[in-house]
Design a protein around this ligand. Structure first.
Ligand SMILES: [Zn+2]
Length: 444
């Protein structure tokens, strides 16, 4: 059976490429191993010591209250840091919530009454940075000499190919969304926003756009910037589909020679093809396996990476099914309705199901930002959109973490008009790369 300390030491290796054994001997408060159980704990802010104030927002770290051990001394000395870090990585809050209420399928609004700070910062990474500094301070040694230099942040650019042509289904879906937003803004008396959404609705219904061109120009642009992205493709059996699937899943056919030509063009430019398992597959290993095999057969490549369509996800089944289906890398772990750090982490790691003997054999990279966060789920002005993008990337850079960004290729066409924001993302990421603060994946 693994314990929290061993798990964190293994998963946070990017923070201690060497010297991890000295962390094992660090004196850390210990709470009973099952003290949180399957409960949703209260969260408290703990003030950090003067030499670590810079590692926490306003000098305070967010901790599950049950992991603050009773006794004397400053609160930070009474935190069970290993269990706190592990609690974030294993999605302790959401896993407990799901047991009580069922899967939230990646909608944060279904989680009630939690502070927004919970998802605003990469708490787990900040705890790893704290432990590194704490150990070097106790040993009176230089941090970099003891544990090695901190790596630059790492970003993986990803694209879910939900539409290749402007189909009736996608027109209904996006028009309904824009209509709903227009009405919502009117009800809130925000007439300028309502007018903007009404204009977007009109454009969407009237413009004839070529999504294939948008996809290929994106692919080419990334190649020119030396970015190797992941393009997730759906691989459904179009002859046997439920009504839900007809409405909500991508409807292109991998057997179509023009789609196969797109796949060849994408891989020919050095990008990776991943699987985009269908809306209803989130707890169905057989469907995932069939879809992975179909995509592998058509691309004549091993398909190892994946992201669930619509971020449909359950803590108690999705990754387990993906592992059985032969997937080794997944970046579903983000919210549909807000950007940020869903488990307070920006880290490539393997999930731990408490009670099991080992971590699940699948690499997770959290999804921290996608197009619809900025457009569909908020009414941000252009300058606010840019500051939202930058604050998320700044946090990733600050913690030297790893995470994924998602932009749907068809939204770069004229009828969505989301292209300027994607260019703002690229511009900011490339400027960070030029400063050596971030590396953008050039391979999986
Ligand atoms: Zn999708």
């Amino acid at each position: 059976m693994i314990n929290a300390q061993d798990y964190c030491l293994a998963q946070c290796k990017r923070y201690w490429p060497k010297g991890a054994t000295s962390l094992s001997g660090l004196s850390i408060a210990q709470s009973p191993s099952d003290c949180l159980g399957e409960t949703i704990p209260a969260l408290v802010m703990v003030t950090m010591p003067p030499w670590a104030l810079d590692l926490a927002p306003q000098g305070q770290m967010l901790i599950p209250e049950g992991l603050l051990v009773a006794g004397g001394g400053d609160p930070w000395e009474r935190v069970d840091w290993w269990q706190s870090l592990a609690w974030f990585l294993r999605g302790g809050l959401e896993a407990a919530f799901e047991r009580m209420h069922g899967p939230i399928h990646s909608y944060s609004y279904r989680l009630h009454n939690f502070p927004p700070e919970l998802w605003q910062f990469a708490w787990a990474n900040r705890m790893a940075l704290f432990l590194r500094r704490y150990a070097s301070r106790r040993a009176a040694r230089d941090e970099t000499e003891m544990f090695g230099p901190l790596p630059p942040a790492r970003l993986i650019m990803t694209h879910d190919v939900d539409a290749i042509d402007k189909t009736v289904a996608i027109t209904i879906k996006q028009s309904s969304f824009l209509f709903y937003q227009t009405i919502r803004e009117l009800l809130h008396l925000r007439f300028a926003y309502a007018w903007t959404n009404a204009q977007r609705l009109f454009s969407f219904l009237t413009l004839r756009c070529n999504y294939r061109e948008a996809l290929m120009s994106l692919c080419e642009m990334e190649t020119q910037l030396s970015i190797a992205a992941i393009y997730h493709f759906a691989a459904l059996n179009l002859k046997q589909r439920s009504l839900v699937s007809r409405l909500l899943d991508p409807s292109y056919d991998l057997l179509d020679s023009s789609v196969q030509e797109l796949l060849r063009e994408i891989t020919g430019r050095g990008h990776t093809i991943g699987l985009h398992p269908s809306f209803e597959s989130w707890n169905d290993e057989l469907t995932m396996t069939q879809q992975r095999c179909k995509l592998a057969a058509i691309t004549r490549q091993q398909i190892l990476v994946s992201r669930q369509h619509w971020l449909r996800f359950s803590w108690h089944s999705t990754w387990q099914c993906l592992v059985k289906a032969g997937i080794t890398f997944d970046s579903t772990l983000g919210f549909n309705d807000r950007p940020g750090f869903r488990v307070g982490a920006a880290l490539r790691y393997q999930p731990w199901i408490p009670g099991s003997d080992d971590s699940l054999k699948i690499d997770i990279v959290p999804l921290i930002l996608m197009d619809s966060h900025i457009f569909d789920y908020s009414s941000l002005k252009p300058e606010q959109q840019e500051s939202t993008i930058q604050s998320i990337i700044d946090e990733l850079v600050f913690v030297h973490g790893e995470a994924a960004i998602l932009w749907h290729p068809h939204t770069l066409s004229e009828d969505y008009g989301w292209s300027p924001s994607f260019l703002a993302v690229l511009k900011y990421v490339v400027s960070m790369r030029e400063q050596g603060k971030i590396e953008v994946a050039t391979s999986q």
